[in-house]
Unconditional design. Structure first.
Length: 292
């Protein structure tokens, strides 16, 4: 009987001792890492596990050569995947790799940008269009406007000034600004993420950018005193990008708010839809939740 199940079950990933066939996840995700000014060696596993836990993703990892080593052979096969998860902030990729990403995204690929990946590649025009907003790396008013929320609407501020900063870490609350998007649909209007290094004063091309949610950056903690973009989507050609400024270090990756928005954002970037329900342990307006 067990042999028959193995033979007749399609897309078999594994067969449990009980004889139950487990279907292969329908989507393929690729995490890109290898260089970062943040702890990519410990955060990449914390990106991989929750994606796999959805049952939607089979996840591979492409790790670049270390900083200072030859990057010419680093050319992940982006087109073999439904979504890329960018956990990279380091040396420029080879021209062929940059071209591959541009073609992949323009042709309908998906990408998730996590925290410091928004600081990568300040001189790569197409990448900055893909991520919408970025910071550091010499970014300034020439890079595009500051984008923030004020008086019930998005402001695009072209005033001169640096692109990218953050104050001290503090407990961050998230406010949903677009409640009918597949990623945010069903989430509470406000929820706690937890202690985070909240980016502010982000600026960039901001083309085809939708700010799904914001978080307040208090001046008392060294921040901007503004409601800053926290969760965003960007359309690049036929491609979809989910950009989260969260995910500074392993503790932030254990936040339920981070995990769930990552999972939902990755599914949307891959397919344009979100089928996952909001879990029972999702945080409330005043209480952050974490998972082991």
């Amino acid at each position: 009987m067990l042999l028959k199940q193995i033979v007749t079950c399609t897309m078999v990933l594994a067969v449990a001792m009980t004889g139950v066939c487990l279907a292969e996840p329908p989507l393929k995700a690729l995490i890109v890492d290898g260089q970062n000014n943040h702890d990519w060696k410990n955060t990449t596993p914390l990106l991989k596990a929750p994606l796999e836990e959805t049952g939607l993703f089979a996840v591979d990892v492409a790790t670049s050569p270390p900083k200072g080593q030859d990057m010419s052979g680093f050319r992940p096969k982006f087109k073999e995947y439904d979504v890329l998860v960018n956990n990279y902030n380091g040396a420029e990729w080879p021209e062929e790799t940059r071209n591959d990403l541009e073609e992949y995204m323009a042709g309908g690929g998906g990408m998730v940008v996590v925290h410091a990946a928004s600081n990568a590649f300040p001189r790569w025009e197409a990448y900055n269009e893909m991520i919408g907003l970025g910071g550091w790396g010499g970014r300034n008013e020439q890079s595009g406007p500051w984008v923030y929320w004020k008086d019930g609407q998005i402001v695009r501020d072209t005033s001169p000034g640096r692109g990218g900063s953050h104050g001290r870490q503090f407990p961050v609350q998230v406010t949903v600004r677009v409640a009918d998007h597949p990623i945010t649909r069903g989430l509470p209007e406000k929820f706690m993420h937890g202690v985070e290094e909240l980016y502010d004063r982000m600026r960039g091309p901001a083309k085809n950018l939708t700010v799904l949610a914001t978080s307040f950056s208090p001046e008392a903690m060294g921040g901007s005193g503004r409601e800053e973009p926290a969760l965003m989507t960007i359309r690049y050609g036929e491609g979809r990008v989910f950009h989260t400024v969260f995910g500074h270090a392993p503790p932030q990756h254990k936040s339920v708010a981070f995990i769930v928005t990552l999972q939902r954002g990755a599914e949307w970037a891959a397919t344009g839809k979100v089928t996952q329900p909001v879990p029972d342990d999702f945080p409330t307006v005043d209480e952050a939740k974490v998972r082991p």
